[in-house]
Design a protein around this ligand. Structure first.
Ligand SMILES: [Zn+2]
Length: 97
């Protein structure tokens, strides 16, 4: 299964977050009131193109840990992932060693 595709999507999500973070900072805005972004689902399916809407601040808390992935509910792969937390419409998973 596609750990590479997943890493790629996770990297793109972090890049998108950084762009918003920088822009908000430039305008002395506040990340807490920044609108939701459509983050790519970080599941292990190679062909997944679904998104997870998430406020940037919430992504910051999850995405700072390299072994935390946001996946749509139902996209988890329990044979090599464990569910860390369940949220509205999505799950936070970590990949088992
Ligand atoms: Zn997915």
């Amino acid at each position: 299964m596609g750990q590479e595709q997943r890493e790629l999507r996770a990297a793109q999500n972090r890049m998108m977050f950084r762009m918003v973070h920088d822009r908000v900072g430039d305008e002395s805005g506040d990340l807490r009131v920044a609108p939701e972004l459509a983050f790519a689902c970080e599941c292990a399916r190679d062909t997944c193109v679904e998104t997870v809407p998430l406020p940037p601040l919430q992504f910051l808390a999850i995405g700072s840990d390299r072994n935390r992935f946001i996946v749509r509910r139902g996209h988890e792969s329990l044979e090599f992932e464990e569910i860390v937390a369940e949220r509205d419409g999505f799950l936070i998973v970590s990949v088992l060693d």
